[in-house]
Design a protein around this ligand. Structure first.
Ligand SMILES: [Zn+2]
Length: 366
């Protein structure tokens, strides 16, 4: 167990090294590249229906989705992690997205349940599961790594069957959470508009999402264990309904994304950030809440307008929220910050020099 936690922490360090987002780069940003990831393939059939296999269902929907994107969103490039019936390891799927600098990653799957009556579509973003049911979906999808060679060392001892392995998803800070939820919500909305039963947007620890460095979602199109839904999922009409629902969601997300990254919006954001930087290191004792640390620059979201400051400590960049000059004020905000950044903690400074929080409290009381 202790070993597991250690491993999780090692993985966490690797995780927080997300790529930098600068305002200059963002000014030219448009949603240009999408990686479509049909789950499973080759020797890994995925979930099994009475007559169908998940790997075939999701490949058909993925390819149709790609066609729709190519036809209508001409400035978007679509890259598949697989376009044929081949086995691709999970880490390779993420690597394809990362190496290509994709703006969005969509992993497509179908579900199964021992309870044959269960139906409906759901979309996952990376995070800690809130229910046993969500954990089970992630466990099932993550189990494919056991078909890969050398999976214990490749995934640093992650055991998909052990709930303890999933602790790391609690410690993890998902930089792309908000954007991923936006995509997932649009997909669910469109699937519902297409007549599918909406099981909602959920969070769980999917390994394939963990390693991507962009907004990422995993869609469970429906249950091939249910006879009616299996018929729908494997039919031409079903493929069309599902692919076009995801396509409409991608299109809406692109509109949002491109507007948000238009030069005028970016300029306004940069100005706001600049204003907040003023007096980031005032004279005297001050307390802050450290929310993240990383070797590379990362985007840290603020809460209730608290200023975000970054301090370089050797090779590590430490990100903090708020500048408080009383401990009471800092404590009052801590609760709210902790809800988003579970592992945050107080740090204290005298000017820009770091001091012990205890010392700061004593000095502030004087
Ligand atoms: Zn799957």
């Amino acid at each position: 167990m202790r070993n597991n936690i250690l491993r999780c922490l090692i993985m966490l360090v690797a995780l927080v090294s997300a790529p930098a987002v600068s305002y200059e780069a963002a000014a030219q940003t448009r949603l240009k590249k999408i990686v479509i990831d049909p789950g499973h393939g080759g020797r890994d059939p995925g979930a099994l229906g009475k007559k169908s296999r998940e790997k075939n269902v999701v490949l058909a929907v993925s390819k149709r989705l790609g066609e729709l994107i190519k036809d209508s969103l001409t400035d978007v490039e679509c890259i598949y992690t697989r376009s044929t019936d081949v086995f691709i390891p999970l880490d390779k799927r993420a690597e394809i997205a990362n190496k290509n600098g994709a703006d969005l990653f969509i992993s497509i799957h179908a579900n199964s349940s021992l309870t044959k009556s269960v139906t409906g579509a759901e979309t996952y973003v990376l995070g800690l599961h809130r229910s046993k049911e969500n954990l089970e979906v992630a466990q099932k999808e993550n189990a494919v790594i056991t078909m890969e060679d050398d999976y214990t060392s490749k995934y640093e001892g992650f055991d998909p069957t052990q709930p303890e392995s999933y602790i790391m998803f609690e410690l993890m800070q998902n930089v792309y959470l908000e954007q991923s939820i936006a995509v997932a919500s649009l997909i669910q909305k469109e699937l519902q508009a297409g007549g599918r039963e909406d099981r909602g947007v959920k969070q769980a620890g999917f390994l394939v999402l963990r390693q991507t460095t962009m907004p990422s979602v995993l869609v469970e199109l429906g249950y091939i264990s249910n006879a009616t839904e299996e018929k729908f999922l494997t039919g031409v009409e079903g493929t069309e309904v599902l692919a076009s629902a995801i396509f409409r969601a991608v299109k809406s997300y692109k509109q949002l994304y491109d507007t948000q990254n238009s030069p005028s919006m970016v300029k306004a954001e940069a100005q706001k950030a600049e204003e907040k930087k003023v007096n980031a290191w005032p004279e005297g004792v001050n307390i802050r809440i450290q929310v993240a640390a990383s070797k590379s620059e990362i985007k840290v979201d603020t809460l209730s307008g608290l200023p975000v400051t970054m301090l370089e400590d050797g090779e590590t960049k430490k990100y903090m929220l708020g500048i408080f000059t009383t401990y009471e004020e800092a404590s009052a905000k801590m609760k709210e910050v902790k809800e988003k950044y579970h592992d945050c903690f107080f740090v204290a400074f005298d000017g820009k020099e770091k001091i012990a929080v205890k010392t700061a409290r004593r000095k502030l009381k004087k």
